[in-house]
Write a protein that binds this ligand. Structure first.
Ligand code: SAH
Length: 228
């Protein structure tokens, strides 16, 4: 996938994701065009590959085609005014993307457990006046916390994105989903990881659909990184 979607500019990357069917909708395409990936990663930001997001060589971001897949999957719950939780927010890229999708009446909470990354994500966001404004108005809020607990203070959430693999189905996060609501989460099963698309309907019934196999970094304890 990567070689087909890589571009020299943000616009080229987005066009390639669209041409290859990863971006399907106009809304997701517009949001991708509104967020310059160059503000969020240091090297080759327009290549369709995971990027080092700084702080620690073991922390890599997620490739743009997975971001496109996740955004399309959550799109029915990313309407204007929606509340979104992004666990493992890393560089802050997806928070910006979600910020555009949910508009001025929506709210995006990014949860990241490495304090340096929380700080860096805010700096990245401030490189664009639009995203700076979203931070100032509280439409995007970056929080240092253990994402395995979710962030019940701001819930329930219409959409939850998890950017690192959970050790098992994260029931605490399902509890924080609104009814209706949808979660996109990589889950480890033995040596494999699979994307689960978890949907809660208006009555609170939960359906868990297992999708394709993936390779994400795991959701871990922060202290495993804290010496760096
Ligand atoms: N969402 C970003 C980054 C993904 S990398 C992107 O798509 O590019 C995964 C991120 O999860 C890393 O920044 C890592 O520090 C963070 N992470 C890992 N375990 C975590 C935990 N328990 N709580 C919060 N964040 C965690």
């Amino acid at each position: 996938m990567s070689w087909r979607c890589t571009g020299q500019t943000n616009a080229e990357l987005v066009n390639n994701l669209f041409r290859n069917g990863l971006i399907k909708s106009e809304r997701v395409r517009n949001a991708f065009n509104a967020v310059d990936r160059g503000h969020f990663s240091k090297a080759e930001p327009y290549s369709d590959a995971p990027q080092r997001i700084g702080c620690d060589a073991t922390i890599s971001g997620v490739a743009p085609h997975m971001h496109a897949y996740a955004a399309e999957s959550l799109l029915p719950r990313l309407n204007p005014g929606a509340r979104v939780l992004d666990i493992g927010s890393g560089s802050g890229y997806l928070c910006a993307l979600f910020g555009h999708l949910v508009g001025p009446t929506g709210k995006v909470i990014g949860v990241e457990h490495i304090p340096q990354l929380v700080q860096m994500s805010e700096q990245n966001l401030r490189r664009d006046p639009l995203h700076s404004q979203m931070l100032d108005e509280g439409r995007i809020k970056m929080v240092k916390a253990d994402g395995r607990e979710g962030y019940p203070e701001e819930g329930p959430y219409d959409a939850i994105h998890v950017g690192a693999a959970a050790a098992g189905m994260p029931e605490k996060l399902i509890e924080q989903l609104a009814a209706p609501g949808k979660m996109f989460v990589p889950v480890s099963e033995g040596y494999n990881q699979y994307i689960y698309e978890v949907e809660k309907d208006a009555e609170g019934n939960v359906k868990k659909n297992r999708s394709h196999g993936v390779m994400y970094v795991p959701l871990t304890d922060a202290r495993e990184y804290s010496s760096s």
